[in-house]
Unconditional design. Sequence first.
Lengths: 265, 633
Amino acid sequence: MFTNRLPIAKLAGAVVALAAVISAVMLSINWDGAEDSTAAPKIDNLLNIMIVLSSIVFAIVVVALAYALIAFRAKPGDESDGEPIHGNTRLEIAWTLIPTIIVLFSGGWSWKVLNEIEETDPNHMTVSVFSQQYAWSFGYPGKEYAYSQGVLHVPVNRQIVFKMHSQDVIHSFWVPQWRIKKDNVPGITTTAVVTPTKTGTYQLICTELCGFGHASMRAKVIVQSQSAFDKWVEGLKEKVPPDLMVSVKQDTETNPEPLERAVAE
Amino acid sequence: MVATFTRPGWYRAALCTVLAAAFGVGLVVLLRSISGLPAFQSEQTGYPQVVVPLILAPLGFLLGIGCFDYWLRWGVGARTIPEDHSSHGAYSWKDYFKVNTDHKVIGVQYVVTSFVFFLIGGLIAMLIRAELAQPGTQIVGAGTFNGLFSTHAVLMIFVFIIPMFAGMANYVLPLMIGAPDMAFPRLNALSYWMLPLAGIMFLASFLAPGGAFDAGWTGYAPLSTGAPLGQSFFNIGVQFAGFSSIFTALNFLVTIITMRAPGMTFWRMPLLVWANLSTSLLVVAATPFISGAQFMVLLDRVLHTNFFQFGAGGDVISYQHIFWFYSHPAVYIMILPGFGIISEVISVHARKPIFGYRLMALALIGIVVLSYSVWAHHMFVAGMFSWLRVPMMLTTLLIAVPTGIKIFSWLGTLYFGKIHTKSTAMLFALAMIVTFTIGGISGVMLGMVPFDIHVSDTYFIVAHIHFVLFGGSVFTIFAGLYHWFPKMTGRMYDERLGRIHFWGTLIGTWGTFIPMHWVGMDGMPRRVADYAAQFGNWNLMISCFAFLLGAVQLIFVYNMIVSWRFGPKAPANPWGGKSIEWLVSSPPPVFNFDEIPRVVGGPYEYGIPGARHAIMPGEGAEIPVTRETVVGS
Ligand code: HEM
Ligand SMILES: [Cu+2]
Ligand SMILES: [Cu+2]
């Protein structure tokens, strides 16, 4: 078979070496920034697995191409044709099946991570998120719908279930250090689940184009101890205004899973 | 004098455009005053006195320039000459500015027009990068910025990449299958003439009160349903671009299915033909969805139909489902023809049969089927039903398998070949393999829901789409343009300038789009005019590479124009290709073939002594199918 005429061992060695170098360099870099929620290390782990798998695939492509260019370049003046090889069934099956296995493995792993990061804890706290061009505000249903504008406070190490509502166009809720993002859609209630693991100050970024003020649609996020949080909420004087309460009451929950299931169990 | 305005052409087109626009305004005023409304209405989403003429004026133009003459004459029972070839073929440069039914003329019209839109879209990109070179807003305000990236994307997608592929296939595909022309030459001309109209409409939106459409190329409701008048220009422009694509796709399907030369079975079709067959299957079934979605937005805006109006019975998320049901297949519409080009270029310049030809064709069909089942991967954080995410994730990941098959088969094709890298076409093809692989890898990462939740709507997406669209589609376009330039123009281009263009483009693409992955993961959202200071240095670097990338395109333009005019004459078969387009002269005769060729073997029979793909009747048989040395280059 023609593959016997290739230095398979050397090529495989080159692939392993290149993949190892790329993975080592890429794994040593902290791509996503600080990991400040329970979801963050899980998602970063998934990224690391992908880095290794992708490095292998990339190394195979690069080594295969580089070797072809070194070994099978036409000599100047050589106008003849290459060998009439039309394919090789075993190789073709291999490069159909192996990638299938790799992507299904990645899919399975992602599914598992997805379930883990969205699993609700019975002891969670619900927070309402309200967005409108170009401002964020927050309600705390457990505290009689106390209301804060432009700044979100949450307790550390406690699961927060955000219930999101938009008053005009679509906005999107993202705190990069938590790795969690969800669109706020007018007319429906969307849900995101986050368990912050570090205290500190963060930025809430709008990631869905919402008009000319989109780039500056930010809010401050303060993660603090439960007691500091409780004290802060006590001090809030305002309640969620009636027009925002309308969306809490009327927005349809188009997304009953997985929270409803958790409640039912 | 009267004849000037009755003959099809630019004068009549101008007249008909004005008349149609005036008729539109009149109609609106009439209907509104009958209903007891003030004649004009200037709510920002309304402006019926602009919207209706905007639909009618292009139709007037098409009528005036002569796209409908034959059908209208036939329709009213006047004398028609089905075999009338007076508007077939170009004998002077002026013929390129007329309605022409020759697929080669239409191909050139398409390629040049879409390239002009590429340059305009590129200029807008330079403005965007100038603004983003530093944090803060320096050059344009936030509102204008939104208009700039929206028009940039729309020009690049709807009036550059998609029609550019349609144009290149228009030129070479009928030649490749041994057909004298496309199946419906007049429909082909109509498809072409809708293209500049769409592009001009997108650009004209800058003149609308409130500025150009600025809800992104995705035009999500309700941002788009409440946006200023410019959005209606987008809604209507997409109709023309969409109909243009659909008609062309129908034309390709019928041409490929019914007009192949005798002996050309499906398994003897070059992969470019397979690629356009697959693309056309995507276009005819998917493009109506974007036309529909934009039409519904237009109706919401002007007639208050409330399809997507929350609180009035509409549903916001349904826009995204309809939009992506087109726009995911659209990303394959933007790459499959390129896959076809790469297959041709690689096999010719490596002097090797395509490795695993049948699996390559089946992979294309696999992509077509799968790509209808993945659209919601654009909506993982959109708030749709959450259970839909896992099946969509799995289909998304599986689509990487046929894509991988293409990559591995191209690599396999190189082995035991005689690789010639003299041609810039081959350089772009080889570079595309690696660059597109990176875009495919980031695509697979995006398909994994938990990771996508983090990077959706960040610069990581911008990096992915440019790796697949610039490093993928645009590289294949360059490969194809260099490869068939001698065939289309009858001249050779300058390889030295080609090489400079290639290296500049490669370095520019990687330098611009690689760092975007990182800034995205690290917290920079997309579609922002201003960003946190921590990303300043990266963005400055990105902008510098982007300017390099923009500048080297001028070398390409210079090379093409000067070579077209003064380049050395091209032989019929400068690369030694086996498919039929290389067996006719460069440029081919007006009617392609005096007699239809006969296909006697596969399209890539390199290295088999005496093997032929096709036999030309008569003298054509003497045209050598080995590599010729090009005189004078
Ligand atoms: C291996 C194949 C591919 C996979 C698995 C893949 C996956 C994805 C996913 C999951 C997204 C959505 C990310 C998000 O918005 O959160 C995406 C976005 C996108 N992809 Fe791909 N992709 C692939 C190939 C391509 C190709 C070939 C093209 C075009 C030539 C393309 C063009 C785009 C575009 C334009 C977007 C962004 C749309 C927008 O939001 O504006 N992709 N891709
Ligand atoms: Cu926003
Ligand atoms: Cu997609």
